[in-house]
Structures are given as structure tokens and as C-alpha cells.
Ligand binder design. Sequence first.
Ligand SMILES: [Zn+2]
Length: 198
Amino acid sequence: MKLVQLSETDQLELKMLGRDAFEVNGQISVKEGKVTKIQYRKGQTMEPCYNGCVLNFHTHPPDYDTLYPDHPSATDFKYIHKATCQLKELSAHLVCTPKYLYVIYYKCKNPIFQCFDLFTIRSRIDAKFKKLSLNFDRAGEDFRQAWMKEMCATGFNVQRYSWGDEIRFLVPEFRLNFYQKLIFVILLVIAARVIFFT
Ligand SMILES: [Zn+2]
């Protein structure tokens, strides 16, 4: 595991990006536990991390009239499963809401579970979200607590901080980057040729 610390300046930068009326997403470079660079762009579609990112993030604008910005959405959790486990391009994802900073990753299991998750996790996330939305007011803390608890039970690691807290957290360290994955696939193809065609 790798320890990451967000300084007051890093927090302020992320919090300020969250004040915009539009969603912002970006990547955070980390070296020896400290943030070295925060790059961002407007929009909802996350930029892929071909070289393996430690962290990336997106913001939820403070639109309390039409949205419930203070909790991660079902779509957010589906993306996080894909990026931190299925593709392993990322150690963790940050969701910056008006009130909170969420640090989330999926605790990737063995290949058998990964295969099961691949086919079922999206519908399980949707089902849990739907069930809770019917039973709780999505603007309230009860919903947020129940939602975080359900997602932890599903296999996510969810840490939530209030802005201004001391923000230090651990994220999984080993992630393959795009080129390492490419080498792995090439080796696999060579091995398959040796086994099946010689
Ligand atoms: Zn979101």
C-alpha cells in the first residue's frame, strides 16, 4: 500500500474546482506520498491513464436543485470498479463533492471473483442504489451512510473526509501501466504459440 497525503493547498485546489457549475475531471500525480501535479479538464468523461495513474478525480458541482451532489453515483462506482480493478489503470479515484472528499477503490479479488464481478457488479450496484433511493431521502446523511455501507459490503474501499480535515490515506500500490500490459499480452501470445503450434 502507498500512503498519500493531500496538503491544504491541494485540498483548496480540488475544492475550488468543485465550485464550478460544470463537472471537472483530472489526474493527480503523486511522488513519495505528496501531490506533485493536478491536471484537469472540463467534462464528465475521465481521461484514460495509459501510463498508470495513482489518483484521478471528478467533481460534483453544487447543484442542490436538480442533483444530489454529496454522494458518489452508481455510475461513479461502476467506473471505479473498471478503472481500479478490471483495467488496473488507477490506484484510487477521488470524488470531490461540495461537502466531502471521497477516496474510493475496489478491493480486487482472485480471477474467479473478478470474472463473476465482470458479469454481475454493474447490476448489483444499480439494484442497491435503487433500493436505497426508495427507502431514504438522497439529500440526507442517512442515505449517504447506508450507500457507503452497501458499497463497502460489495467490495469497495470507501473513505470520506470533510474539507479541512487532515487527509491521509492508503491506496493499493501495484498497478500495471499500458506498456507493461502490452508486454504481458505479447508474452501470452508467444507462450500460446509455443504450446499449441510446436
Ligand atoms: Zn460522480
